[in-house]
Design a protein around this ligand. Structure first.
Ligand SMILES: *[C@@H]1O[C@H](CO)[C@@H](O)[C@H](O)[C@H]1NC(C)=O
Ligand SMILES: *[C@@H]1O[C@H](CO)[C@@H](O)[C@H](O)[C@H]1NC(C)=O
Ligand SMILES: *[C@@H]1O[C@H](CO)[C@@H](O)[C@H](O)[C@H]1NC(C)=O
Ligand SMILES: *[C@@H]1O[C@H](CO)[C@@H](O)[C@H](O)[C@H]1NC(C)=O
Length: 554
């Protein structure tokens, strides 16, 4: 484990993103809720596009401080297009003064991590001898300087990796989960950040779980926790986890969470591919996506449909791209994130941990950053997630206009745009290509009267004016609902929209509709979604060149 610096700045620019792309400004704060939306003080939608940053493991310090300067890390968060960090903390940081006052150096050295301490000396000398609670505050301040909002997440009581059913941290009454201590911890943290503008939310407890789970106690303690936080700090959103590792909120009747205040309550749900029972690798991908999304709706998405805010505060995947199940799950997740215009937080920012589950310098394969925190682990993902970092819908979007449809391609994170009437390609998801998927199944390009047509097998999809032809009638087929299909006028052959690796939209035989578990349909997965986005909406402009860009060769 070296405390060496990252590659030269020039190389960095090539490997990651220019820091110039930093988040513009914080939204008008405080945040509140308006039906299912999180909104700013001006009533406009604020979409939470967050990264989880762990600060709850044994050293009780934000990960990575031995690798890079704190300001650098915070700037990276902004440069990657995130507007928020879900920053985790263990209860003991707030309730054990001895721990809170331990200098970072000692916290690392007591765990035998001299190399990490040396790394902090090199990269963050000003933090080395600060008490852990001050280091935590410095992290929040560094994020504030980069206009990044912070959600404080009570991840565990005892410092350490989360979560198992037997770690004593699972539910009220567990070995290390005393409700009074928890309430005191929440009050302390909420009070500490009362005047800190960019702290916009507190998630009361991460991933409730284990043998002590109990719905009536959930209502009791969620109410007590929410009231404690709100009394200490009326500006923050209070965020409630579901049961079973926050995989389910199916037991929740929102109106039965009786609180003395309104406009601050948000639910949170987690969804990882590894929670879906291994189905991603063993069954047809359309079938799994359709089935799992059905489960996710019953477990939590129903809350959005009922007009309650729901924050997908953890999702994530193996960024190496070699994990088939994760890859499949991710594309399905992104289609839901686009369709429902979710607020979300990816697990995780950290490329590695000081120590995790006993392993020094543990490599986080789900990390946005590389093991050494120098580069993006998966630059193409940063591009892919970009169009989901700003809102499609919601109250008061700047220059908001009549809702229109965009045709989103979750594999590339881009939308179908017109290059010429003979060629469509993947490009920005904005109003420059506003479609209308009509009740008669035509895909009409607004203000032109032209509609999408299939010409032949293996050729470009095109625009035409005769929208009544059979080859202009598009059906959503397969159990994922993401194959957009029509029949050729000439001879009735069924084809599906497809995107080539170059981002050109063609029509090909529909693939992997059912059966074969090894067939990958993702080039043919499209989601027609509703949007009122206007390019005036602050969409981060990322460089469009680079090997990860599906349109780079056009
Ligand atoms: C508080 O934290 C210190 C330092 O980690 C530890 O030695 C001590 O046992 C803790 N006290 C309690 C009551 O948990
Ligand atoms: C849940 O907790 C309540 C209150 O302690 C208790 O009465 C009830 O029996 C518990 N329910 C279950 C299913 O354990
Ligand atoms: C599509 O067009 C119909 C008929 O003109 C209109 O009522 C509807 O609002 C449009 N929908 C979208 C999403 O543009
Ligand atoms: C229909 O036409 C396409 C070429 O446009 C051809 O590839 C396909 O085989 C034809 N199908 C039938 C059933 O004739």
């Amino acid at each position: 484990m070296a405390s060496s610096a990252c590659p030269t700045p020039l190389l960095l620019l090539l490997l990651l993103l220019p820091l110039a792309a930093a988040a513009a400004s914080l939204p008008p704060l405080p945040l509140s809720t308006a039906s299912r939306w999180v909104v700013g003080a001006d009533g406009r939608r604020v979409k939470l596009a967050c990264a989880n940053w762990a600060s709850h493991l044994e050293p009780v310090a934000a990960e990575g401080l031995s690798r890079r300067g704190l300001g650098d890390i915070a700037a990276r968060v902004a440069a990657m297009g995130f507007n928020c960090v879900r920053l985790t903390w263990p209860t003991y940081l707030a309730t054990n003064a001895t721990l809170a006052n331990l200098p970072l150096r000692w916290s690392l050295e007591r765990l035998g991590m001299r190399e990490s301490a040396a790394g902090v000396r090199v990269n963050n000398p000003g933090l080395l001898d600060l008490p852990l609670i001050d280091v935590f505050q410095e992290v929040v301040s560094a994020l504030a300087r980069n206009n990044i909002m912070v959600i404080l997440d009570n991840q565990m009581t005892t410092p350490g990796w989360c979560c198992s059913t037997t770690d004593g941290n699972g539910f009220f009454g567990d070995k290390y989960f005393d409700p009074e201590e928890w309430l005191n911890g929440l009050k302390t943290m909420a009070t500490m950040f009362r005047k800190t503008k960019n702290v916009v939310g507190v998630s009361l407890r991460n991933e409730l779980r284990g043998p002590y789970e109990n719905v009536s106690l959930w209502y009791r303690y969620m109410k007590e926790g929410a009231e404690a936080v709100h009394t200490a700090n009326p500006d923050v959103l209070v965020i409630l986890s579901g049961l079973e590792f926050d995989n389910t909120l199916n037991f929740v009747v929102p109106n039965q969470v009786h609180l003395s205040f309104t406009g601050k309550l948000v639910f949170e749900q987690h969804w990882y591919g590894f929670s879906d029972g291994g189905n991603w690798e063993s069954q047809n991908q359309n079938d799994v996506c359709g089935m799992v999304v059905g489960f996710i709706k019953n477990k939590g998405l129903f809350l959005l449909q009922q007009g309650w805010p729901l924050f997908f505060s953890e999702f994530g995947f193996d960024m190496s791209g070699t994990h088939t199940g994760d890859n499949r799950y991710l594309t399905c997740f992104l289609s839901v994130a686009a369709e429902m215009d979710l607020d979300w937080a990816i697990w995780a920012l950290q490329g590695s941990y000081y120590i995790r589950e006993g392993t020094l310098a543990y490599d986080e394969s789900y990390g946005l950053l590389s093991w050494d925190w120098c580069t993006a682990r998966n630059p193409s993902f940063i591009k892919r997630i970009n169009s989901l970092q700003s809102p499609f819908q919601g109250p008061g979007l700047p220059n908001s206009q009549e809702p229109y449809n965009v045709i989103f391609h979750p594999l590339y994170g881009l939308c179908v745009v017109v290059k010429s009437s003979e060629a469509l390609e993947l490009g920005p998801c904005d109003e420059s290509n506003a479609w209308n998927y009509t009740s008669t199944h035509e895909l009409v390009l607004q203000h032109t009267g032209q509609c999408l047509q299939a010409k032949s097998v293996g050729e470009n999809a095109q625009l035409g004016t005769d929208c009544s032809k059979s080859s202009s009638k598009w059906q959503l087929i397969s159990n994922s609902g993401m194959h957009i299909s029509t029949e050729l006028t000439k001879n009735g052959t069924r084809v599906c929209l497809d995107a080539t690796p170059d981002g050109i939209i063609t029509t090909n035989p529909c693939k992997c509709l059912t059966g074969d578990p090894n067939c990958n349909p993702e080039s043919q997965w499209f989601k027609i979604i509703l949007s009122s986005r206007h390019t005036g909406t602050s969409i981060l402009q990322l460089p469009s060149d680079g090997p990860w860009s599906p349109t780079s060769s056009s």
